[in-house]
Design a binder for this molecule. Structure first.
Ligand code: SAM
Length: 286
């Protein structure tokens, strides 16, 4: 059964759910995509070709997997829910380039998985389980997973934070971290009605192109993130006050802010990545 086009509709998803007696788990974030135009937007944005290895996070009933299988050299789809595995095996048994893994994406050694696949390029794709969007993004970025891009759907509010420029209320530690490791861009906004069952929130697909070098070069990366975390932990306070949370005394903070040319009454949300970079190097030099 290699023609899986029936999957791309609500009727197709209902058919599979009935056939296998499958019930969606709310706690695993199982809102399945049932709009082929959105599925195509994700697949097109990821620019998958025969040289590519695709790692899919949470295939569910395989609506994205079916399109990846036709375009990519190899696909590995990592699904936590054991109940979905026999369904995915039935659906993808006829695709020798698709491997289904029953694992928690947060526990998979992605670097080893990608090396073992032996393909020229790797792309990560997924309609993310929303309850762990930030941990998944941060794990992929901080571990510097050896992939070229991450094209994923997430809750709109989280996507807005990932792409936010400095100066607004949505700009925070997640924006800085994502933009430090990747070039981020919005692909498409997706209404609740595109899913079965419909979630309570709207969604956005983002593409993150992983940078070879971080957006700013700093003397001490751990310190950079310590300052970002402290700055945004008390985002309504001035930098002079919020940065005490990073473990520095007021005089040291004043001197570092002055060396970096940053007014001590500014708040973290007004600082660009370059500002945080300069500030990090000023602290490192103190
Ligand atoms: N890709 C499918 C689609 O678009 O219809 C399903 C997307 S659904 C929003 C998220 C999927 O991630 C579910 O199938 C869920 O079981 C799976 N999932 C949840 N937590 C996971 C984890 N820690 N590791 C891997 N998969 C997970």
């Amino acid at each position: 059964m290699n023609d899986l086009s029936f999957l791309y509709t609500k009727a197709g998803i209902d058919y599979i759910r009935k056939k296998y007696g499958f019930k969606n788990s709310k706690s695993l974030g199982q809102n399945f995509l049932a709009d082929e135009s959105v599925i195509d937007a994700i697949i097109d944005a990821a620019e998958i070709g025969p040289e590519d290895f695709v790692v899919e996070i949470g295939p569910g009933l395989g609506v994205l997997t079916a399109k990846e299988a036709r375009r990519a050299g190899k696909v590995c789809a990592v699904e936590l829910d054991r109940a979905l595995i026999p369904i995915l095996h039935d659906l993808f048994g006829g695709f020798p380039n698709v491997e289904i893994r029953n694992e928690d994406i947060l526990k998979v050694d992605l670097a080893a998985l990608i090396t073992d696949a032996g393909m020229a390029h790797t792309k990560i794709i997924g309609n993310l389980p929303y309850y762990i969007t930030t941990p998944i993004l941060m794990a992929l970025l901080e571990k510097r997973v050896p992939a070229e891009s991450i094209t994923v759907m997430m809750q709109k509010e989280v996507a807005d934070r990932v792409t936010a420029p400095p100066g607004g209320r949505t700009y925070g530690a997640l924006s800085v971290a994502c933009q430090y490791y990747a070039r981020v861009r919005e692909v498409v906004q997706v209404p609740k009605e595109a899913f079965v069952p419909a979630p309570k929130v709207d969604s956005t697909v983002l593409r993150l192109d992983l940078r070879q070098e971080p957006a700013v070069k700093v003397a001490d990366e751990a310190l950079f993130f310590r300052l970002v975390k402290a700055g945004f932990a008390q985002r309504r306070k001035t930098l002079l006050n919020s940065l005490t949370g990073a473990g520095f005394g007021k005089e040291t903070i004043k001197a570092a802010l002055q060396a970096a040319g940053i007014d001590p009454v500014r708040r973290a949300e007004t600082l660009s990545l370059e500002d945080f970079g300069r500030l990090t190097d000023a602290f490192a030099g103190e």
